[in-house]
Design a binder for this molecule. Structure first.
Ligand SMILES: Nc1ncnc2c1ncn2[C@@H]1O[C@H](COP(=O)(O)OP(=O)(O)OP(=O)(O)O)[C@@H](O)[C@H]1O
Ligand SMILES: [Mg+2]
Length: 257
């Protein structure tokens, strides 16, 4: 099971939106997917009404209980967020989350949505994941903030050498705003090789899809079609990175849980 953590220690940058669309797209293309909501806000959970219920993340965090699921091809299972996740504060959290994720089984992919600050829970998720994707906002962004995330990644990689940084994904990007275009150039100059070669633009379709809890393909407006095409291009890049193969949506994949 390939485990992908979506994290940034900054709030409101589009982590949950990107994470949920990745889950929908993986399932649409025939994969079994587990979504894990480590955020007490439960926004990610809210985008998955009616999917297979795998319980909530509190046992993973407080006891290190791994996910033992059996998610079918093209199916989504969710380990829900819990309001008490924020209140958890113990030295064991990091080890619990690391071990729990490490031993989790039951789908081709596991996509983990992180809360907006780097707590023990997020460090544990970094130690138990295979890939890290970092959505960044170019409005009010700071290079210091990105450096903080990269330092956390490097520290985690010392203990989890298999952890790979997929990159910094410009998110909620407003290309009309000069200040955001300038910020993108600054990031590209400072972290050239770390920038994902795609951007998620600021579009109402992302908000609608997130609110209703559907894939972008379900948003039948111009914004929906543009967002679906843009996200699809990003997804193809993402998929090739995490599997080493390209995916054109036709072949349902074998369950490799
Ligand atoms: N590409 C986008 N275009 C327009 N709005 C977006 C886009 N991505 C996210 N949003 C909106 O921005 C807000 C924050 O997005 P989201 O919840 O995905 O961010 P987050 O990083 O998970 O936030 P938090 O740190 O609180 O968990 C939401 O209202 C969401 O609908
Ligand atoms: Mg979120």
């Amino acid at each position: 099971m390939k485990k992908v953590l979506i994290a940034n220690n900054k709030g409101g940058v589009g982590k949950t939106t990107v994470a949920s669309q990745i889950v929908y797209t993986l399932a649409d293309r025939g994969h079994s997917v587990i979504g894990v909501d480590l955020d007490s806000q439960r926004n990610f959970t809210g985008a998955f009404e009616g999917v297979k219920d795998l319980g909530n993340a509190l046992d993973l965090v407080t006891r290190g209980t791994p996910i033992k699921a059996d998610v079918n091809a093209a199916e989504i299972g969710i380990l829900s967020g819990h309001k008490d996740l924020l209140a958890q504060n113990s030295d064991d959290l990091l080890v619990n989350v690391r071990n729990g994720l490490f031993q989790s089984r039951g789908a081709d992919f596991c996509v983990i949505d992180a809360p907006p600050s780097f707590s023990e829970v997020v460090y544990g998720a970094l130690l138990g994941s295979d890939y890290l994707l970092v959505p960044i906002e170019l409005k009010r962004f700071s290079l210091d903030g990105i450096e903080g995330v990269l330092e956390a990644f490097i520290a985690a990689q010392e203990h989890n050498p298999g952890l790979e940084l997929l990159g910094l994904l410009p998110s909620r990007f407003d290309a009309v705003k000069q200040v955001e275009r300038d910020a993108l150039v600054t990031v590209a100059n400072s972290f050239e090789r770390l920038l994902v070669p795609h951007a998620i633009r600021n579009r109402t379709a992302y908000v609608q899809a997130q609110d209703v809890g559907v894939s972008l393909a379900e948003i039948k407006t111009r914004s929906g079609r543009e967002a679906a095409a843009e996200f699809g291009a990003f997804f193809d890049w993402f998929y090739a990175k995490v599997t080493g193969e390209s995916d054109h949506g036709a072949q349902p994949h074998r369950h490799v849980g």
